[in-house]
Design a binder for this molecule. Sequence first.
Ligand code: SAM
Ligand code: SF4
Length: 375
Amino acid sequence: MSAGVRHLYVHLPFCAHRCGYCDFVTVVGRRAQHAAYVEALLAEFELERELLAPELETVFLGGGTPTFTEPGELARLLRALPEAPETTVEANPETVTPELARLLHRNGVTRVSVGAQSFTPHLLETLERRAGPDAVRAAVYALRDAGFDNISLDLIYGIPGQSAADLDHDLSAALALEPEHLSCYELEAKPGTRFAHAHGAELTRQSESMESYFEQVVARLVGAGYRWYETANFCRTPERAGGRDLRARHNLAYWWGRDYLGLGIGAVSTVGGARWRNAPRLPAYLAALERGERPEREDERLPAELKLRELVMLGLRLDEPLALGALAGAIDRDGVERLERLGLAVRAADEGRETLALTSRGRFLGDGATALALA
Ligand SMILES: C[S@@+](CC[C@H](N)C(=O)[O-])C[C@H]1O[C@@H](n2cnc3c(N)ncnc32)[C@H](O)[C@@H]1O
Ligand code: SF4
């Protein structure tokens, strides 16, 4: 296996409570176990570190709610992990006090992704979110005061009861905070969640109108000077960012099909032709690493054809044309021609290399358009 992985994901599963729509690997509370979990993460890091390149490009602490982790333990973890030019931490607004913001900044974090979701109280209630709009604003101000110049906000749209005017209000409120980056996700009813049980049928009924909500999101953010660089992701253009490229480099690594190492419960790794996922159970994870063993994990075969298909599917989510060269085997030529005829994709030659990109229309259709391009 290659010893050159440049992207590290670390999963911090603890949350203050479980939001009804969420199916991420989370654990509620358990403050007494935060120290043991960080210890286990560091033990797993030691077991796997030979896979990593001497210099990393990105580190991403995701959750769960990384900023709900006991502050002393979070700081210990950040200090022990390798440095990277982009080190992101996901944060829930209500956890971001001025002290916590300073702690993150002091310990090498360069980018914070704040889960705002909405700025409309009744929609936040539907989502069972604890933080109101003022908590989101306070979190962003605290991060700015601590020195952060790369803040991302997560928004969710398509919340039951959300009107187009509500969505416009959410986008305005988010833009007023001048984030460097925004992720806007259509709400999904994840099977087995309380939310799917209560609102699943409603989401299915409204799915048709979601295309116009998606278009509203893109029009508003592009109009405000953001680059729609990935299906659900936007960043300030270099002209509005002092020349900086503010795309999320960690996520770009996934979309470009780079190798990454994941640590913690439920974390996925893809290295060379192999992919594995750590088992999601906390007690077994802690026990294995206490014994100095790797945690239980599920290995997934990643045959070359599947990897190529993934590269096409993920690559077409981006706004940069995808070079087809090595991907030719995964492409259906007739499908691509149909996409072109329908105005959903364009082929071009860039310095002699054939490229494929979805048009705006194709990007709004998303996976439906991409499926046509696949062999
Ligand atoms: C790991 S999650 C949660 C991060 C953080 N704990 C929070 O709640 O803000 C990252 C993002 O995924 C999005 N997300 C989670 N569940 C979703 C769902 N069912 N549908 C759409 N987006 C979802 C949310 O925008 C969330 O901020
Ligand atoms: S949405 Fe965020 S805060 Fe809510 S349960 Fe999921 S990870 Fe935790």
